[in-house]
Design a protein around this ligand. Structure first.
Ligand code: CDM
Ligand code: ATP
Length: 337
C-alpha cells in the first residue's frame, strides 16, 4: 500500500459539534415526512459527540467459553478527543429506523455491502428499543471522524453515543450502570465508551471501575505523561480485532509491551512498529499501538515534541493520517427541539 502524505487534522469537541451541524445524509436518508414536526415537549433531536478510546495498559489472559471465547483482560482505558457525532431524531410511530453515515474516512463502512442493520449504532438502538419495550422509530446519523478498524473503538463509540442519545430522546433517563449493562451485551469496549474519561476494565473488558483525575491512580497516570496532547497515527488499512487476538494466541506479548496485542498487531502491520520507534526517538513520552491496532497513539509533553513527531512520521511516511487530540475526553450531549 503506497503511503499518501499524512494529513494533519485537529479535533476539539466544538469542531465536532460544528461539523455535525452540517452533516449531510449519504445513505438510507430519512424522508422529511417520517420526521415528527416540531413539538413543544420532548426533544426531537439529540446529538452526542463521543470520543475514541485507547488502552494505556492491555494485559491479555486466557479465553473463556462463557464469554464467547473472548480473552480475560486487565486494561486501563483512556478516551481520546477524536469524536464521532451521532444524532437521533424521533420518527413517526411505525416508520422504522434509518441510518445515514457521513465522513471522509469511512473504511469498509463505505462499501455498498455494508449492512446498516449490523452497524454498531443500529444494534445499540435495537437493544434500547427492546429494553424499553418500544419500536426503534428513530433516524440515526453518524458523522465519522474516528478512523475505522483502527483499534480506537470507533464502532463502540457510536454504539455508546446511540445509547446516550436514545436514553435522552425517549426521556428514559436511565443511570449509567443500566446503559453499561446493555452496552456489555453488544461489545467489550462499549461499557467504557458510555462514560469515557479513564477507567480500569476487567472481565472481557466490560467490568468498569472509573479512575477519577484527582484519585491517586489518576494523578499518577497524569504525572507519568498519560494526559494532555496526543498524536494519533492512522492508516488506510484496517486490522480485524479477532485476527489480532488469534495472532496473539500464537505469538504472545512482547516482553516490554504494556499492550499485549502490540506484537501481534505489528506482525500484521509493520508500519505501526516503525511509527512507534520514530515517535519515541522524537521525544514522545509514550508511543504504542492502540488496542488491536493498527493506529499508533503518542503522548507528547508539548508542541515542540509534537512537531518533532509529526515531522518524523511525515518525512518517512510512517502513517497515512495524523490527528492531534487531547486526552482524556468524555462524551457530550446536545438537545434540539
Ligand atoms: C482490543 C480491544 O479494543 C481492547 O479494548 C477490545 O478487547 C476489543 O473490543 P471489541 O472490539 O468491542 O470486541 P468485541 O466486539 O466484544 O469482540 C470482537 C472479537 O474480539 C475478540 N475479543 C474481544 C474482546 C476480548 N476481551 N477478547 C477477545 O478475544 C473476540 O474474537 C471477539 O469475537
Ligand atoms: N459505527 C461503526 N463505526 C465503525 N465501525 C463499525 C461501525 N459499525 C460496525 N462497524 C464495523 O466494525 C469493525 C470494527 O470497527 P471499529 O472502528 O470499531 O474497529 P476498532 O476501532 O478496531 O475496534 P476496537 O478497538 O474496539 O477493536 C469495522 O470493520 C466495521 O465494519
Amino acid at each position: 500500500m503506497s503511503a499518501i502524505s499524512p494529513t494533519l487534522v485537529r479535533h476539539r469537541a466544538s469542531d465536532a459539534a460544528a461539523i455535525a451541524a452540517t452533516a449531510v445524509n449519504t445513505a438510507n436518508t430519512a424522508s422529511a415526512s417520517d420526521t415528527l414536526h416540531a413539538s413543544n415537549a420532548t426533544p426531537l433531536t439529540v446529538s452526542v459527540d463521543c470520543p475514541a478510546k485507547t488502552n494505556l495498559v492491555l494485559h491479555v489472559g486466557p479465553t473463556h467459553e462463557e464469554w464467547g471465547g473472548r480473552h480475560e483482560l486487565d486494561t486501563i482505558y483512556c478516551a481520546v478527543g477524536v469524536y464521532d457525532t451521532v444524532t437521533a431524531t424521533a420518527k413517526q410511530p411505525g416508520a422504522g429506523f434509518s441510518l445515514a453515515i457521513e465522513g471522509a474516512y469511512l473504511g469498509d463502512l463505505a462499501s455498498s455491502s455494508a449492512d446498516m442493520r449490523r452497524n454498531h449504532a443500529a444494534l445499540a438502538l435495537f437493544a434500547m428499543a427492546e429494553a424499553a419495550g418500544r419500536e426503534p422509530d428513530v433516524a440515526l446519523t453518524i458523522t465519522k471522524r474516528i478512523p475505522v478498524g483502527a483499534g480506537l473503538g470507533g464502532g463502540s463509540a457510536d454504539a455508546a453515543a446511540t445509547l446516550l442519545a436514545v436514553n435522552r430522546l425517549w426521556d428514559l433517563n436511565w443511570p449509567v450502570a443500566r446503559l453499561r449493562a446493555i452496552a456489555a451485551t453488544l461489545g467489550a469496549d462499549m461499557p467504557f465508551c458510555v462514560t469515557g474519561g479513564i477507567a480500569r476494565g476487567t472481565g472481557f473488558g466490560e467490568r468498569i471501575t472509573d479512575i477519577t483525575p484527582d484519585s491517586e491512580q489518576g494523578l499518577r497516570l497524569a504525572q507519568e505523561g498519560f494526559a494532555g496532547q496526543v498524536l494519533v497515527g492512522a492508516y488506510q488499512s484496517q486490522l480485524s480485532t479477532p485476527e489480532v487476538y488469534h495472532t496473539f494466541d500464537v505469538v504472545g506479548a512482547g516482553a516490554q509491551d504494556a499492550n499485549h496485542l502490540q506484537a501481534s498487531a505489528v506482525s500484521l502491520h509493520p508500519r505501526s512498529g516503525q511509527a512507534i520507534e520514530a515517535a519515541t526517538a522524537a521525544g514522545a513520552r509514550h508511543a504504542f499501538v492502540s488496542g488491536s491496532g493498527p493506529s499508533v497513539v503518542a503522548f507528547v509533553p508539548d508542541d515542540t515534541v509534537a512537531d518533532q513527531v509529526i515531522t518524523a512520521w511525515r518525512d518517512e511516511a510512517l502513517v497515512d493520517r495524523i490527528i492531534r487530540a487531547i486526552a482524556p475526553a468524555k462524551p457530550s450531549i446536545g438537545v434540539s427541539h
